[in-house]
Write a new protein. Structure first.
Length: 278
């Protein structure tokens, strides 16, 4: 795991085992973190992520969607904005809890940079591995998505994830090795080119399915995964699973209509991602 630090971003950068900083900068990056009752870990998550981004590019922002948290997540984020302006932290607040997909969608909608990266705020991923995804986006892909090589989750969640992947691939054809892996990097134009209805657990599946149907290129890479250190996962709740399956079946029925009626920006030939510092 990474060495965590909350004192300042330069220390966070030094602690991270990232690839060497290229001689010239990558394009601008918006990193989106959904947060629900993450007061115990959100500060470290933001500072670690800001440290990695600052080692890769001069133009970045960290966007946290506080999805109706009932703990002190909002206070921690406000303090971070005041004490660490170099983190370039922006906060989107939901008055009530709207769900995982809604938190991501709100973050993606306000993202201002060329690329969007998202991960979870529970620190189960090594955000330093973002440096491995960027080169793959340079010329060969529009989305680079991680798959958890050694997934550090309880057996019940592992079973649920396997069954979910089988169902998604059965209904829509091959979509991803790890559909819901919260370690994805993509061009902002991809998000601008698809309309995702789901605001719950089906969000990632719908996003990937529609992006593939639009012709966007997807590359998959293995990423590290660690046990959850803080907070509590909600994805294994029966109510969440039932809603996700129902939403997926509805998506299967409506997909052709959705793609035909979608009036968002249509995908054009992607320009290469230049790695030169300006």
């Amino acid at each position: 795991m990474l060495n965590r630090t909350c004192e300042n971003i330069p220390e966070a950068v030094n602690a991270m085992p990232t690839e060497p900083r290229p001689s010239e900068s990558w394009p601008s990056i918006s990193a989106v973190l959904p947060a629900y009752n993450e007061e115990a870990g959100i500060e470290n998550a933001v500072l670690d992520l800001a440290g990695v981004l600052s080692s890769l590019t001069d133009r970045y922002e960290v966007v946290v969607t506080n999805d109706g948290s009932r703990d002190r997540t909002g206070e921690v984020l406000a303090r971070l904005q005041a004490r660490h302006p170099d983190a370039h932290l922006r906060v989107v607040s939901h008055e009530n809890n709207r769900g995982y997909g809604a938190a991501l969608a709100s973050g993606f909608d306000v993202a201002r940079m060329d690329l969007i990266f998202f991960t979870d705020g529970d620190q189960q991923f090594d955000v330093g591995e973002l440096a491995r995804l960027l080169p793959r986006l340079a010329n060969t892909a529009d989305l680079v998505i991680g798959w958890r090589e050694h997934r550090a989750d309880p057996p019940v969640r592992l079973l649920n994830a396997w069954l979910w992947k089988q169902l998604v691939n059965l209904l829509f054809g091959y979509t991803a090795r790890d559909v819901d892996c919260a370690f994805k990097l993509f061009r902002r134009t991809v998000w601008q080119s698809v309309s995702v209805r789901s605001r719950g657990a089906t969000f990632s599946a719908e996003f990937l399915i529609k992006a593939r149907r639009r012709g966007f290129r997807v590359t998959e890479l293995p990423v590290s995964h660690y046990p959850r250190a803080t907070g509590r996962a909600t994805g294994a709740k029966l109510s969440v699973i039932v809603r996700a399956v129902s939403d997926l079946i509805q998506l299967r029925r409506d997909l052709a209509h959705d793609l035909g009626e979608d009036r968002r920006v249509q995908p054009a030939r992607s320009e290469p991602v230049h790695t030169g510092r300006h």
